[in-house]
Unconditional design. Structure first.
Length: 480
């Protein structure tokens, strides 16, 4: 497989990572009779697919905004015209750069691959979209409930509630629907959820789902399955949650539980993006991570599991060439422009600041109606600000609960992060240059299944229109 790249770098979308189709990732599948994916085709198809996939949401967005806010266009005037012109120029440029990249890089050339050996088909690999903002909590809850945040109630890791209080959305009391796993548990179907971060275990374990996290594995038990000690079950001590191997340990817990409890019907393992925040695709750390991920994936297949894989979001570098973070500090900008506001909420905020310093590609502004126009004028024209939506439009377009979002939603460009005040963000703790997520540019995620997909979702999977929240339906109801 020499020469195959584990990722694709597209001009304009610097480093979207195909987390789960790199050769090291798939070799474990290959060794176990899955055969390797038709990587050449996958790479080629996805290369072309990416162009359309990423243009899709932007075009959709423009169309929706046009329909939904025709009367506002009059007020927006020059900005609307400028944004349409900008859109045209950027998409044309992106297409040209894409064509240029194809001709320069010539993906697929020089690969020592025997096509006869490549049997994994589109039936098991596709791409789809994650929820916006492209963050951990909204997407993990969407994946385990099968519904968007507008229904499950979690629009971010963090939000401001109607009473003005600021909340980390890690408490099950914020959930508005039960998870698929809770429904399984209620019907007596043995299931297990393993998370890396304990904040997610609280949410995903809600409703009586047997659950355990790597972060709190020491001394933890699973009485439902007569497991007294997780570390004893795995056979090694649990690593720190910031350790690059923490995700692997989560996979090991699932494997060990499958061996100990033969009746387990569904094991859900949620990994952390710590490595992706710190290391770009192709970095030594990233390759090491996926080699081990792949070996563990092979062990699940050996155990006879049907495996479905997706991601909660992508990841992009958001720093200058010199390594300093590229950030718009909205509080400083609005203060300088003399625009009063109540609150800036960064929905990526969570208890793990070493990952991203609370800087991502999305922000909510809470402010009085009379100041919204001034805020839009101060911020919308900044380089690196791509979308500005009022609350009602944001709720519709992103499928979010209107009572848990801000009065204005801002989405940033791939290489730009949004912050509150420069003094608020301690970037000294980051593992490396700022790599983060939250915007449209981290919305594309893989959908991978270890068995062919049949049934009503097959066409939609191949068309690339499914979401990560469809992974349970795909895996449980639509595989051959
Ligand atoms: Zn993250």
């Amino acid at each position: 497989m020499a020469g195959l790249s584990s990722h694709i770098r597209l001009a304009g979308w610097p480093s979207f990572t195909f987390l789960y189709v790199s050769p090291p990732t798939m070799s474990g599948w290959a060794e176990r009779g899955m055969r390797s994916p038709h990587q050449v085709e996958v790479l080629g198809d996805t290369f072309v697919g990416l162009l359309t996939m990423l243009l899709g949401p932007i075009v959709f967005c423009m169309v929706v905004s046009g329909i939904a806010a025709v009367d506002r266009l009059r007020h927006v005037g020059a900005i609307a015209l400028r944004s349409i012109a900008y859109f045209e120029i950027v998409t044309t440029l992106a297409l040209l750069l894409g064509l240029l990249a194809v001709n320069l890089v010539r993906p697929g050339d020089g690969l020592a691959v025997d096509p006869a050996q490549l049997q994994l088909t589109d039936e098991v690999f596709s791409v789809g979209a994650s929820e916006m903002p492209s963050l951990t909590n909204p997407n993990n809850i969407s994946i385990v409930t099968g519904v968007p945040p507008a229904i499950h109630g979690i629009p971010g890791n963090y939000c401001r509630l109607p009473d003005g209080s600021l909340e980390l959305l890690n408490d099950p009391r914020f959930l508005r629907v039960p998870s698929i796993h809770a429904e399984f548990a209620a019907r007596g179907i043995p299931t297990l959820t393993v998370t890396t971060k304990d904040k997610l275990r609280l949410l995903l374990g809600n409703g009586g789902v047997p659950s355990v996290s790597v972060e709190r594995a020491r001394g933890a038990a699973l009485p439902e399955y007569r497991i007294d000690d997780i570390e004893e079950l795995v056979g090694t001590p649990a690593p720190d949650v910031y350790d690059p191997s923490a995700s692997h340990y989560a996979m090991r817990i699932g494997l060990a539980a499958l061996q100990r409890v033969p009746g387990l019907r569904l094991v859900y393992v949620s990994l952390t993006d710590r490595v992706q925040h710190a290391a770009a695709p192709g970095d030594e750390l990233a390759d090491r991570f996926f080699a081990e991920f792949d070996a563990l994936l092979g062990a699940y297949l050996d155990a006879g599991c049907t495996v479905g894989i997706t991601a909660d979001h992508g990841m992009n570098a958001k720093h200058h060439d010199a390594g300093t973070a590229r950030v718009h500090y909205l509080g400083d900008l609005l203060t300088a422009a003399g625009v009063p506001f109540e609150e800036i909420v960064l929905p990526i905020t969570d208890p793990y600041p070493k990952h991203h310093g609370a800087l991502g590609g999305f922000a909510w502004l809470h402010l009085a109606p009379e100041h919204r126009g001034a805020a839009v004028r101060a911020l919308a024209a900044l380089p690196g600000i791509e979308e500005v939506w009022e609350r009602a439009d944001a709720a519709t377009i992103y499928e979010l609960p209107a009572d848990r979002i801000g009065d204005l939603g801002l989405a940033a460009a791939a290489d730009t992060a949004l912050g509150r005040y420069a003094v608020d963000h301690d970037l000294s703790q980051l593992h490396g240059g700022l790599r983060s997520h939250g915007s449209r540019h981290e919305q594309l995620v893989p959908l991978i299944l270890s068995r062919p997909v049949r049934g009503p979702l097959a066409k939609r999977l191949h068309a690339g229109v499914l979401r990560n929240r469809d992974i349970h339906d795909l895996t449980l109801n639509n595989t051959a």
